[in-house]
Design a protein around this ligand. Structure first.
Ligand code: 6PG
Length: 242
């Protein structure tokens, strides 16, 4: 397990460095394989990341795109993580549609999670009970130290066996579909992109508080991920000693 963190002056510089890191990891994966797998998060932070991934003019036909989580809304909904990626990344980059593994979040959340887990198992050629090894999983961090859609108090934070699940986020009054911790931990590389002063306390807690994943869900990966890299802007890194 290795954990490294890097800080940059502002969100754009942070997203650019994160994009270059992800592209280098994908190139490494492709050195020995015909295709690579990337799972991205949603929210607002990835927009700048997507812009830099598009600008790189990478050969996306060798990459299969998945999501870390999705809101239980149709793909046209402004809250949809797929819509953000489609508008900022998939479309502008000319990402082959056959390589895009959208979570069918227009379905009832439990059905969407089942369909998504089936899609993942089919793509990775694994059986029920096995876990996929994504080459790169890009994660964000909420101001409450949630990651994916694993929020504080979510019982599935202990799940190390299942691929994806529907979770109800009480504080948001919203259903979501999320990859579960076992899959996040099975990733070859975990890449956190976190910017903004509102995240500084959460970053500090994840790194400096004792291990309490129910309280700080992102600690599951920061403490037990295989290779974990954090890309922070200076505002989010305020409580990190240099
Ligand atoms: C989501 C994300 C979630 C996100 C954090 C940070 O669906 O919202 O996957 O885990 O990474 O909530 O969100 P922001 O980038 O909007 O701060």
């Amino acid at each position: 397990m290795s954990v490294r963190w890097h800080s940059y002056p502002d969100p754009r510089a942070t997203a650019e460095a994160c994009a270059h890191h992800i592209l280098a990891l994908l190139e490494d994966s492709l050195a020995g394989n015909d295709q690579a797998t990337l799972a991205v998060s949603g929210g607002s932070t990835p927009k700048l990341l997507f812009e830099h991934l598009v600008a790189a003019r990478f050969r996306w036909d060798r990459v299969h795109l998945f999501w870390v989580d999705e809101r239980a809304v149709p793909p046209s909904d402004p809250q949809s993580n797929y819509r953000l990626a489609n508008e900022s990344f998939i479309g502008p980059a000319g990402f082959p549609r056959r390589n895009v593994h959208r979570i069918p979040a227009e379905l009832v959340a439990e059905r969407a999670a089942e369909h998504y887990a089936d899609d993942i198992r089919r793509f990775f050629g694994i059986e029920e009970g096995d876990l996929p090894h994504f080459d790169v999983v890009q994660q964000g961090l909420g101001a409450d130290a949630h990651t994916a859609s694993l929020f504080p108090g979510e019982p599935r934070i202990e799940d190390r066996d299942c691929v994806a699940a529907a979770v109800h986020v009480e504080k948001l009054g919203q259903w979501r579909i999320t990859l579960l911790p076992g899959v996040l931990l099975a990733a070859r590389h975990s890449v956190f992109l976190v910017t903004g002063a509102d995240k500084a306390e959460a970053v500090g807690a994840v790194f400096h508080e004792e291990y309490q994943p129910s309280r700080f869900p992102a600690q599951v990966v920061s403490h037990h991920g295989r290779r974990v890299a954090w890309f922070l802007d200076q505002a989010a890194a305020r409580l990190m000693e240099e």
